[in-house]
Design a protein around this ligand. Structure first.
Ligand SMILES: Nc1nc2c(ncn2[C@@H]2O[C@H](COP(=O)(O)OP(=O)(O)OP(=O)(O)O)[C@@H](O)[C@H]2O)c(=O)[nH]1
Ligand SMILES: [Mg+2]
Ligand SMILES: [Zn+2]
Length: 406
């Protein structure tokens, strides 16, 4: 859904700018993350909106009519686009219908949806190939003419907190909904919850969750690393360090700058992707699935002998800062055959596995169900990330607890 951001949402609103039919009670200059008290949000901000909407709906249907006549498929269902402000609802509608439904000058200026948007599309089934469904008549894979299945109307709701009443009146027209969630934001956001509540009120049970903006959260775990240069390679022919692993989310492109964390000595490293390989050969773009090897501009000696194992690779400035102290919620594992492990004690050395990183940790503090550990080697861990806790028992490292990073 990637698209140039048209306007900056937080941009200051010029005073004279007014919406003729849908005055906003509050300027949406507030940061999208800011929580506004419920009573403020419930202000009848857009009570006049319903007047304008049926008209807009009619216009949208009329515009779509000639097409519909040709295809002889009638819109038979309304799918709502719901979710927090900026999640990408309107972008998803555009991807599926080809129409950018935010057309009001105010919407264009602010870069947010203010009214309910409408756009139709026809779902086609390709009779000839395995790529079965498309929103284009011509099958994108084999170019055969698709068979129209059904025409669907998208009802695009605004996500801004001051526009809940507009969203609610739109909800009344939905038969099902797509809850759009931005992968680069904590979930749920205020409007994720409110929109789901709105669905409950109007009795919509069929909701599909679409995770959007996954391109913003590239993340690869490095499981191996290599120096691929043969001894005696001329300096100008030397290749940079190669990192092998699997992409968890997002995409990596040849030419992308990426950061590697925790990096060295607690500092992240930034490098550039020179080549990407998978078992089948070279790739220009890597997606999640299978093992890939990325050639970087890193000094190859850093990558020798799996030295980069456990590092995380992601878009620049996207990874958490490396940390030497972690607080964990821990739950001891119950064992069926051998004795259940005893409590974790202060000063005990344990091993944590976070992603592909394995580190020794020293227990500094314990409270019921919680431990604080010091790490001689920094790690990157996100809040809520799982960690496996192991302890040495009879000369072997044994898994003893399940941890969650606080
Ligand atoms: N990087 C990236 N940006 C995206 C993606 N989808 C949407 N955007 C951008 O995110 C911004 C918000 O997208 P919209 O489609 O307007 O979001 P919305 O949910 O309709 O927003 P409201 O209607 O105001 O609640 C725009 O700048 C989009 O270009 C995506 O998949 N990746
Ligand atoms: Mg929108
Ligand atoms: Zn086809």
């Amino acid at each position: 859904m990637l698209k140039e951001k048209k306007t900056v949402k937080e941009a200051k609103e010029p005073k004279e700018a007014k919406l003729p039919k849908e005055p906003m009670a509050k300027e949406p200059k507030a940061s999208k993350k800011k929580q506004v008290p419920l009573e403020e949000r419930r202000e009848p901000a857009v009570e006049k909106a319903p007047k304008a909407e049926p008209k807009a709906a009619k216009e949208a249907v009329q515009k779509a009519e000639p097409k519909a006549a040709k295809e002889a498929v009638q819109a038979e269902i309304n799918i709502g686009m719901i979710g927090h402000v900026d999640a990408g609802k309107t972008s998803l509608v555009e991807a599926m219908t080809g129409q950018w439904v935010d057309t009001h000058s105010e919407e264009l200026k602010r870069g947010i949806s203010i009214r309910i948007g409408y756009a139709d599309t026809v779902f086609y089934k390709c009779p000839a190939c395995s790529l079965n469904y498309s929103v284009k008549e011509e099958c994108p894979k084999c170019k055969a003419k698709g068979v129209p299945l059904r025409k669907v109307s998208f009802v695009d709701a605004p996500g801004h907190e001051t526009l809940m009443t507009t969203m609610l009146s739109g909800a009344a027209m939905m038969n099902g909904a797509v809850l759009v969630v931005a992968a680069n934001e904590f979930c749920p956001q205020a409007q994720t919850v409110e929109h789901l509540n709105a669905m409950k009120i109007v009795g919509i049970r069929n909701i599909v969750v679409a995770q959007n903006k996954i391109d913003l959260v590239d993340k690869m775990y490095c499981g191996r690393s290599f120096d691929i240069n043969r001894p005696g390679t001329k300096p100008e022919e030397m290749k940079g360090g190669v990192l092998g692993g699997t992409l968890l989310q997002g995409t990596l492109n040849v030419g992308d700058s990426v950061e590697i964390a925790p990096g060295f000595a607690g500092k992240k490293i930034v490098t550039k992707i020179q080549n990407i390989n998978c078992a089948g050969g070279k790739l220009k773009i890597a997606k999640p699935g299978g093992l890939i090897a990325i050639e970087t501009l890193l000094d190859p000696s850093y990558a020798q002998n799996d030295q980069m194992k456990g590092q995380v690779i992601g878009a620049v400035d996207s990874l958490p800062e490396p940390r030497n102290t972690l607080k964990l919620d821990v739950e001891l594992l119950e064992r069926q055959v051998t004795e259940t492990p005893g409590e974790i004690k202060i000063n005990e050395s344990i091993v944590l596995t976070i992603g592909t990183m394995t580190v020794i940790a020293n227990v500094k503090e314990t409270r019921p169900g919680k431990i604080t550990v010091m790490l001689p080697r920094a790690v990157v861990a996100e809040k809520g990330q799982n960690a496996a806790v192991s302890r040495k028992e009879k000369m072997k490292w044994r898994l003893i607890a399940f941890g969650k990073v606080e």
